[in-house]
Design a protein around this ligand. Structure first.
Ligand SMILES: *[C@@H]1O[C@H](CO)[C@@H](O)[C@H](O)[C@H]1NC(C)=O
Length: 305
């Protein structure tokens, strides 16, 4: 029963996935918006599903153009078809045969805000002189939000460090050019103390993260540590933090006097008990003698009266 239901859900999912292919539709997926850092680069993630049979890269022609005109190409495999402003600045990173139409754009200028749209064409084989089938995905266009100042890295760390104990600082920065990842560098530490992570956050937005582990000493108190992000195109941004070192917890100033005090008391007390025991008999003797002497004296005095 449970299995049948699972099977049914699976079939429905499969049908949903296959439907664009079965109905002969071509679909492309492109993010609507991306940030673009002026002078740097942007990778536009793009994927498409083919209608009928899977065609190899050589049978497909991927074109990126501005929506105003299909001839306003910003990428074409025939470079002469590309408008001058974009010539030499665009590169198709994806393999069309895998349904990947990812585009790289370099040396971003402040007026490169788009929209940019993807279109695919079937390349006729030598014998086929008939019409070229064209598919256009003009509804799937990307628009750039132009960033003129490189974003500052973000630093995450605990407020205070403890002397002699490892202390972790994380520096991260967002970007949209995974083919040329921004380089994060620290003002101290060696490669052994640094760990780097690169991940996609969502549709075309990426984050590079660097973690530094330091073992602070007393002399590092109130010193600065900086993290610098160097973007493709050589723009940089920096963020810094100040180390506040807490001394290692040390109770010697309480423990030593306490031990000395208790030790002295024990020795002194022991000595007293020892002396008391040793001279106990002698004291008792003296007391007895004193007693008898007193008795004698008092008897004598009574006689006189
Ligand atoms: C498309 O190609 C790019 C560049 O090679 C690659 O980084 C990306 O992972 C590919 N996308 C998919 C969905 O395979």
């Amino acid at each position: 029963m449970e299995n049948e239901r699972k099977m049914m859900i699976f079939c429905l999912l499969l049908a949903a996935l296959c439907s664009p292919v079965l109905t002969g539709e071509w679909t492309a997926t492109v993010p609507k918006n991306l940030d673009a850092l002026v002078t740097s680069c942007v990778v536009i993630p793009c994927s498409f599903t083919q209608a009928k049979e899977r065609l190899p890269h050589s049978r497909l022609r991927g074109i990126w153009h501005r929506p105003a005109s299909r001839d306003d190409c910003i990428y074409h495999e025939d470079k002469t078809q590309i408008v001058e402003n974009f010539r030499g600045r665009t590169e198709l990173l994806g393999n069309l045969g895998d349904g990947n139409c990812t585009l790289l754009m370099t040396e971003i200028k402040d007026h490169d805000d788009g929209p940019f749209c993807f279109r695919i064409e079937l390349v006729p084989t030598g014998t086929e002189t008939s019409k070229i089938e064209k598919f256009s995905f003009v509804n799937d266009c990307v628009r750039f939000k132009m960033i003129t100042e490189p974003p500052k890295p973000t630093l995450i760390h605990l407020k205070t460090a403890v002397q002699g104990r490892s202390y972790t600082i994380t520096c991260s920065v967002r970007h949209t050019c995974p083919s040329h990842v921004p380089k994060l560098t620290w003002s101290r530490g060696t490669a052994d103390d640094i760990n780097e992570l690169h991940r996609e956050i969502h549709g075309g937005f990426w984050e590079v993260q660097s973690t530094l582990i330091v073992i602070p000493e007393e002399k590092d108190d109130h010193t600065d540590i900086t993290c610098t992000a160097k973007f493709n195109g050589l723009r940089t941004s920096t963020e810094k933090m100040t180390l506040y070192i807490k001394r290692k917890e040390n109770y010697n100033h309480i423990i030593i006097p306490a031990v000395v005090g208790i030790g002295t008391a024990v020795i002194f007390g022991g000595l007293c008990i020892f002396m008391m025991k040793k001279y106990k008999n002698r004291i008792a003797e003296l007391q007895n003698q004193e007693g008898s002497m007193w008795n004698r004296l008092s008897r004598l005095s009574r006689r006189r009266v």
